[in-house]
Design a protein around this ligand. Structure first.
Ligand SMILES: C[S@@+](CC[C@H](N)C(=O)[O-])C[C@H]1O[C@@H](n2cnc3c(N)ncnc32)[C@H](O)[C@@H]1O
Length: 284
């Protein structure tokens, strides 16, 4: 148990226990993220930058200001607050067994889909490595003119902007030399050392901000055949996970597949999803 946040000599601001508890409540209400006690150092390092940028003298002052903020400027600051507190770790072809399963699944679906576009949702898209890995798997399996729509979303607007740009270091983790050559354009001169996704990948993807706590899932459109929801539900508590799974169930076509992260387990929700493979569930 640890509730007391002690400022060290080199800390510019004091993060009191009351401030930390308030931040925990606010991020839970906004994003469903359960921050554990003991995450003070992380919160301090992520949010102190925002205090500096906004000229707020203390966490208490910043939080009061945030809670009173309204209108477009208020919404923009709430978004900054959320962006600061999300964890965006990702990589190309992370948990690569999923991509082998996906290739089989894409082939099977394309064979019976009679030209109807396949709908895939990648809903914790982060900086784009996961959605473009999906797009690469699609192009490699079904060709560049595949009838596939990849809806890519995240709550964090900053990482989404990076995802949409589609520019990465040429040494990005998880990209083989063959894939680099096939799916990316190499930067030259000032852009040397960087690569950009080819238009044939970009055309499959559509990026949009979406909070999984949002009530208006109907706006997502037709049911999805495949959903990648990986390494995000680990930040949610059990009631929140259940709520998201119920909405996910409604947003997916029967027989649709849900791919989840390596430490996520939803076998308790077998009324909604049944286990089909290693961390792959079928929508009941
Ligand atoms: C650890 S990253 C996982 C990225 C990728 N899915 C992967 O597995 O490599 C978690 C992502 O979930 C997003 N996230 C957190 N809370 C969210 C919410 N309520 N709605 C949508 N996305 C959320 C974060 O912004 C972050 O980009």
């Amino acid at each position: 148990m640890n509730a007391v946040a002690l400022p060290t000599a080199d800390q510019e601001f004091k993060l009191s226990t009351a401030d930390f508890e308030r931040i925990r409540q606010l991020i839970y209400q906004r994003a469903g993220i359960s921050l554990h006690a003991g995450k003070q150092a992380m919160v301090y390092s992520r949010l102190s930058r925002r205090l500096r940028e906004t000229g707020r003298p203390s966490f208490t002052d910043y939080l009061q200001w945030l809670e009173q903020a309204n209108g477009p400027a208020g919404e923009a600051e709430w978004q900054e607050f959320v962006n600061c507190l999300t964890t965006n770790l990702t990589a190309f072809f992370r948990e690569d067994h999923h991509f082998h399963a996906l290739v089989d699944d894409l082939r099977a679906r394309a064979a019976v889909n009679h030209g109807r576009p396949l709908r895939i949702w990648c809903n914790a898209a982060s900086t784009g490595e996961e959605p473009y890995s999906l797009a690469m798997a699609v192009v490699e399996t079904l060709g560049a003119s595949a009838q596939v729509k990849l809806v890519c979303s995240d709550i964090d607007t900053k990482v989404l902007a990076t995802a949409q740009r589609g520019v990465y270091g040429a040494d990005a983790r998880g990209l083989s030399p063959e894939r680099l050559k096939r799916h990316f354009l190499r930067g030259t001169a000032a852009n040397a050392g960087f690569v950009r996704v080819k238009p044939e990948l970009a055309r499959l993807t559509e990026f949009r901000a979406f909070n999984l706590m949002n009530a208006s899932w109907a706006a997502l459109g037709d049911p999805f055949d495949i959903v990648f929801c990986r390494n995000v539900m680990i930040y949610f508590d059990n009631p929140t996970q259940r709520q998201v799974l119920e909405r996910m169930h409604r947003a997916m076509a029967p027989g649709g597949l849900l791919y989840v992260g390596h430490s996520e387990n939803f076998t308790d929700a077998r009324d909604l999803f049944r286990l089909r493979g290693k961390t792959i569930y079928e929508r009941v």
